[in-house]
Each structure stands twice: as structure tokens, then as C-alpha cells.
Design a protein around this ligand. Structure first.
Ligand code: 4AD
Ligand code: MG
Length: 464
């Protein structure tokens, strides 16, 4: 008999009751007595377990003994309305096949309610828990929503390189990529590492952003988006930073910073709405177990206009607040998470888009304002998260861009291809980057970024 997924059994219950079905999955619990036994079966297609009832007139103890927590089985039997409470339907088992067993002495996911910290140590098995299967389904649905959003609006999906010779954000936080023998480096006559012997003939690293190549795409295709892994060797061990994270970077020709903000706001609301509409079981489960305010928070973000504010106004608000911050505030400082969250959670009580940052704390490519001090940057700040999006209008003027590149000592010869966008048919254009895991954090209500990516990469940790 053809297997049917447990999610579909629940979805199509009215039609299937009274019929034989075959389901396959992993045992969550097994209990009962010598007359009747019950297995709660989960196959990953839904947070809900399907109850399998074994009438012990038809099965032996010996047959059911291997069905311990974590073991895998297939069962065929009649789908019926449940007599017991706690579930609406169940399967009366007729035929059982046991696949792999899971020794109760060694299978680590015995009891419910393991701590998230413990589960990080067994990240290879944690997708089998309710929490992580819910998070991973939400993550997958959000990825789909993102593609849908852009595809439906005529953006082209552009794949930008992961190995690169340029540092987009200029933060120097790159993982070097080399095939040179670290124990026996070829040297130039001056004693420096001789990269002409390296695989690419020059120093290369894993990308921190696909933006620069994204701009090449936008100035040809009109509107593109990237969606891929990015890498940052920042040594920041925080609940919001990963060394390997996924970023979505739309880049659009002929739009300015205001239209860029409109896009960011509409895009975020679409994704959150899509998750609420398509992952409600999982979000309700996460809300119940981790964050009672979750659904309210998601709804409120969808139903409110984001505040738009300049960096200078934000600094004034923070100074006037009288609040004692760990990192003191003054015009020119980079905002810390505590400042961002004060603005969003305490002052405005809704998402904030900050613009007009000092040029010194932002990347070289951002469009310079007439005041000579600020740039058309925009950061979208979210409750519980802080910065979720960073973006800007780009400096499209060749001379101004060149001056900034020189001021910031960015190696020119690596940038020639980027500068060509400003030499040939340059146009106003804008874009932004959404940290995918920060969006998943927000939508799932989880509080540590390590718990919303299957296999987190953080300082001193690259297991699995
Ligand atoms: O603000 P960032 O550094 O902006 C850029 O990389 C631009 N090139 C984007 C663009 O304009 N196309 O990073 C963008 C977003 C941040 O707002 C944050 O959500 C996320 O990426 N992010 C991280 N997420 C997890 N771990 C890290 N270490 C992150 N660094 C940035
Ligand atoms: Mg940023």
C-alpha cells in the first residue's frame, strides 16, 4: 500500500475515515497494557502525532517490543475516529513493519523537555524534537515565501559567488580561502606570502555579501535578489551572530532610499503573513512553549506602519531618554543592540527604519547626502531582534564613489569591475540585505540564533 504523510491524514481525515491507510514514521511514545497498546507516531510532516492503536489480540508483545522512542516503523490499518480523548483520529493497526530500532539505553531523546543548550550538543538528532521540527518547517516555508515574493514581482534570482577577492562590507571579517600549505608557505623575495602560487593566483576569501555582484545584476536585469550563504569571521559570540548565515539581498535599479524602505517593509510583512497563514500549527506550538506573546507580536508588526526616523533624531531620543545604557550615546557612535531595542521596544513600540547614518560607520558604497556627513543608509530595527535588515541607496556618481574609496583606503585594483557600473550607464539604485536567521528568530520566537539554523557555525564550534 502507498504511504501517505501524517499531515495529509489529518488534512483529509473526513474523507479517509473508514479506509485503510499506510503511514511511516518515528515513534515518539509507546504505552499500554496486555490488551491494547498505543504508539504516537511522527513523520516530520506536521507537529501533530498520529495515534496508532494495537489490539493485542492481533499482535504479540514480542512484535511491539522494538517500538521504543526513536525507532522507525510502517503501519497499515483502518483510520477511525478516536475513542480516547486528546486526538480526533487514530489508526487501528493491522500490519506492522519495524525499520530501525533505537536502544533506550543510548538514544538521547528519551524524555520530553530537554534544554535547548543540551539539544545544541546533539544537533544531528534535534530535528526529531517537536521544537526543532517546528522551527525547521517554519524556516523552509519562509524561504519559499521569499522566493515567491520576489518572483511574483519580476525580480530575478541571481547567484553571486561564494569565493571572492573583494571585501564588500570592508570590515575585514573574512575567512580566507587557500590551497597553499600553511606549514610551508611560498614566499616572495620580500618575504611575504606569494599568492601567485595559490589556487586563484591571488588572496581570496568566503564572501560576506553578494551585494557588489548584485549591483551588476540590477544594472542589467533591473531588479534581482540573491539568497545564499554568507560568512563572517567576526568573533562575536552573541545570540544574534553566526559565522555562516543566509542572506537575502534584493537590488533594484531606478529606486531611491524611500522606495527601498517601502520594499523592505512590504517584503517583511509579506513573509511574516505567509508564515502565519501556512505554519499556524508550528507557530502556535512555539508560542505555547516559548513565547506567549509571539502571535500578537507577529500580527502587530504586520498591521502597523514602521516608524521612519533619521539617525540624528534617534540619537536625540536616546539622549533625552535619561536611560542609562551600557554603551554611552553620542552623535557618531554605531548603535548597539541595546539602543536599537530601546527605540523599538520602549520608545516607539513598533519597528523602526533608521536612515542618514554618519558615513564613518557605514560601508564605502552608500550614497552620500548633501550635508557631507551622512549617507543614505537604512537599518530596519525589529522588536526582540534589533537590526534585521541593513541597506542603502548606492552612490552612483563615479567621482564621489572614487573619492570615498580612496579616503577609506580600499584596494582599487580589486574594484575595477564594480566601478564599471558607474562608468557605463550608471543609474540611481538601491538594495538591502535581510539576515535570514534573524527573520526566522523573529517568526519562531526563539531567542538564540543557534536554534534557528540546522547546523550553526560560531566561534570555536563547527561540529556536525
Ligand atoms: O548590515 P549588513 O552587514 O549589510 C550588508 O551586508 C549589505 N551588503 C546588504 C545590502 O545592502 N545588500 O548585513 C545585512 C543583514 C543584517 O541586517 C543582519 O540581519 C544580517 O545581515 N547579519 C547577520 N546575521 C547573522 N549573523 C551575522 N554575523 C550577521 N551579520 C549580519
Ligand atoms: Mg548592518
Amino acid at each position: 500500500m502507498k504511504r501517505i504523510k501524517i499531515a495529509h491524514v489529518f488534512d483529509r481525515a473526513t474523507e479517509l475515515v473508514g479506509q485503510e491507510v499506510c503511514v511511516k514514521g518515528w515513534v515518539r511514545t509507546h504505552r499500554g497494557n496486555k490488551y491494547v497498546q498505543f504508539v504516537a507516531l511522527n513523520d516530520g510532516s506536521t507537529i501533530r502525532n498520529l495515534q496508532i492503536v494495537f489490539d493485542m489480540n492481533n499482535f504479540t508483545d514480542e512484535q511491539l517490543k522494538p517500538l521504543t522512542t526513536g525507532s522507525a516503523m510502517a503501519v497499515t490499518g483502518m483510520l477511525v475516529e478516536s475513542q480516547g480523548k486528546g486526538q480526533t483520529i487514530e489508526i487501528q493497526a493491522r500490519e506492522l513493519e519495524v525499520y530501525g530500532t533505537a536502544d533506550p539505553e543510548t538514544y538521547p531523546l528519551q524524555k520530553k523537555g530537554h534544554s535547548l543548550e543540551f539539544l545544541r550538543e546533539i544537533a544531528h538528532l534535534r530535528p526529531r524534537t517537536n521544537t526543532f521540527s517546528a522551527v525547521l518547517r517554519v524556516r523552509s516555508t519562509l524561504a519559499y515565501a521569499i522566493h515567491r515574493y520576489f518572483q511574483e514581482r519580476g525580480f530575478y534570482y541571481l547567484n553571486t559567488p561564494l569565493i571572492t577577492a573583494s571585501d564588500c562590507e570592508g570590515a575585514g571579517a573574512m575567512f580566507q580561502v587557500t590551497t597553499l600549505n600553511l606549514n610551508d608557505m611560498p614566499r616572495t623575495e620580500e618575504g611575504a606570502v606569494d599568492y601567485s602560487c595559490d589556487f586563484f593566483g591571488k588572496p581570496t576569501a568566503l564572501t560576506v555579501s553578494g551585494q557588489l555582484e548584485g549591483e551588476l545584476g540590477a544594472t542589467a536585469l533591473g531588479a534581482i535578489y540573491t539568497f545564499g550563504p554568507t560568512f563572517r569571521a567576526e568573533n562575536s559570540n552573541t545570540p544574534r551572530h553566526l559565522a555562516e548565515f543566509w542572506m537575502i539581498e534584493p537590488e533594484v535599479a531606478f529606486i531611491d532610499i524611500d522606495e527601498n524602505m517601502d520594499l523592505a517593509e512590504d517584503f517583511l510583512k509579506y513573509c511574516i503573513r505567509y508564515a502565519l497563514d501556512n505554519c499556524r500549527d508550528d507557530i502556535d506550538f512555539l508560542a505555547e512553549h516559548y513565547d506567549k506573546e509571539l502571535v500578537n507580536r507577529l500580527e502587530s508588526v504586520i498591521n502597523t506602519d514602521f516608524v521612519r526616523l533619521s539617525y540624528t533624531e534617534a540619537i536625540d531620543i536616546l539622549l533625552a531618554s535619561g536611560h542609562k545604557f551600557e554603551f554611552p550615546v553620542s552623535w557618531g557612535v554605531d548603535l548597539q543592540s541595546e539602543h536599537e531595542r530601546f527605540l523599538v521596544e520602549r520608545h516607539f513600540k513598533r519597528p523602526v527604519i533608521l536612515t542618514g547614518y554618519p558615513k564613518e560607520i557605514k560601508a564605502f558604497y552608500m550614497k552620500q547626502n548633501e550635508d557631507g556627513k551622512t549617507v543614505r543608509a537604512m537599518d530596519v530595527l525589529f522588536p526582540a531582534i534589533g537590526e534585521i535588515i541593513g541597506g542603502s541607496e548606492r552612490e552612483e556618481n563615479y567621482d564621489k564613489l572614487m573619492t570615498r574609496i580612496e579616503e577609506m583606503n580600499i584596494p582599487m585594483k580589486d574594484m575595477w569591475w564594480y566601478l564599471d557600473t558607474r562608468r557605463f550607464g550608471t543609474v540611481p539604485h538601491s538594495g538591502f540585505g535581510l539576515g535570514f536567521e534573524r527573520l526566522v528568530l523573529f517568526v519562531t520566537g526563539m531567542t538564540n540564533i543557534r536554534d534557528v539554523i540546522p547546523f550553526p557555525r560560531t566561534p570555536k564550534s563547527a561540529e556536525f
